[in-house]
Design a binder for this molecule. Structure first.
Ligand SMILES: Cc1ncc(C[n+]2csc(CCOP(=O)(O)OP(=O)(O)O)c2C)c(N)n1
Ligand SMILES: [Mg+2]
Length: 359
């Protein structure tokens, strides 16, 4: 079964060594902010799980618990005008990108104050003002969209980058290859980030991928830089991403990063935490590498934060999640009449005027 031994080597065409050991020259404030965002994601999702179990949230809901180092490591080095796009396991990425917890929770509740006006739900978080381009439910469907955003950046001669996250199962989807081929051929500033949590729903990736190290898929595309990192180590993810950002911004070179991580919960809220496809022992082994506990220990040892400050930060994250849920509860549901409002379609209810729909 999947274990930490999967972190085999720093497979790379990039030049610098993988560095998750130090603090990458970050100041204490920046390091504490990275930790705060990981804690916020964790506590937010624990609250979301509680609300889901109480029937307050409906539909699909996939938690990121256990994978927080990937979102925090990959998104915190981005600039405000860079772009982020991801799949359906999107809560943590939205929060780290800066979408307000209240707007994310209200979206999970399907309420009008949600970041997608309550029309998208858990899998379709979106925030244009932060260049957070979703939240996409179709496995691998957003990889070509990331190439499209990268193409738009090149066309406008900008220097932004696109960070595109997706799960391990997406590497067997045709659009993965189409997107990587285009990104490499057209030298698009896109960073493709595999969140390899070892499973696609209940299927071990080793049963479906005809390659043992997913990052090796990059070898098929000339010019695509590649790196495999320990996805439980936020600084390792950040180091690899910083390097990829530099390549994209300075040299228009795309990258493929594989972050080896693990989800502690079931595939979605409708699945049990452990399931029959993995053992309790395996989950417990990975829990020993909890990305938040490991990083907070390092920060305490390094004198960046005291235990008391950490506990205070944790209490603040819990309070923020509670406030988000209270906010979501009182936010109204969308009007049924607005159902067609944001849909591209020629079919309008009751002969409504096209212009009415774009008010
Ligand atoms: C094209 C497509 N096929 C099947 C599904 C159903 N499905 C939803 S999630 C999932 C597993 C994806 O696993 P992975 O890419 O590893 O992401 P993870 O859930 O582990 O984050 C599948 C098969 C889908 N959403 N889209
Ligand atoms: Mg997976």
């Amino acid at each position: 079964m999947a274990t930490k031994e999967r972190v085999t080597r720093a497979k790379t065409k990039m030049e610098k060594p993988r560095d998750g050991e130090g603090f990458l020259g970050l100041g204490h404030e920046e390091l504490r902010e990275v930790l705060r965002l990981m804690l916020l994601s964790r506590r937010f999702e624990e609250k979301a799980a509680e609300s889901y179990q109480m029937g307050k949230i409906g539909g699909f809901c996939h938690l990121y618990i256990g994978q927080e180092a990937v979102a925090a490591g990959a998104l915190t080095p981005l600039r405000e005008d860079d772009y982020v796009i991801t799949g359906y396991r999107d809560h943590a990425l939205a929060l780290v990108r800066g979408v307000a917890p209240k707007a994310v929770m209200a979206e999970l509740y399907g309420r009008v104050d949600g970041c997608s006006k309550g029309m998208g739900g858990s899998m379709h978080l979106f925030e244009r003002s932060l260049n957070f381009m979703g939240g996409h439910a179709i496995v691998g469907g957003h990889l070509p969209l990331a190439a499209g955003v990268g193409y738009a950046i090149r066309y406008r001669e900008g220097d932004q980058v696109v960070l595109c996250a997706f799960g391990d199962a997406a590497v067997n989807i045709g659009s993965f290859h189409e997107a990587l081929n285009m990104a490499a051929k057209w030298e698009l500033p896109v960073i493709y980030l595999i969140e390899n949590n070892a499973y696609g729903m209940g299927t071990d990736i080793r049963r479906t991928a005809a390659i043992s190290q997913l990052v090796d898929r990059a070898c098929a595309y000339e010019g695509l830089a590649a790196r495999q990192v320990d996805g439980m180590d936020v600084m390792a993810v950040r180091a690899a991403t910083e390097e990829a950002i530099e390549l994209a911004r300075e040299e228009h070179r795309p990258s493929l990063i594989e972050a080896l991580c693990y989800r502690y919960m079931g595939h979605s809220m409708s699945d049990p935490s452990h399931g029959t496809y993995r053992s309790r022992d395996e989950v417990e082994r990975w829990r020993k590498d909890d990305p938040i506990l490991c990083f907070s220990d390092r920060l305490v040892e390094g004198g960046v934060i005291s235990r008391e400050e950490y506990e205070e930060m944790d209490r603040a994250a819990i309070a923020e999640a509670e406030e988000a849920a209270a906010f979501a509860e009182q936010s109204p549901s969308p009007e049924p009449a607005d159902l067609y409002r944001y849909v591209y379609s020629d079919v309008y209810p009751h002969g409504a005027d096209r212009r009415d729909l774009w008010r």
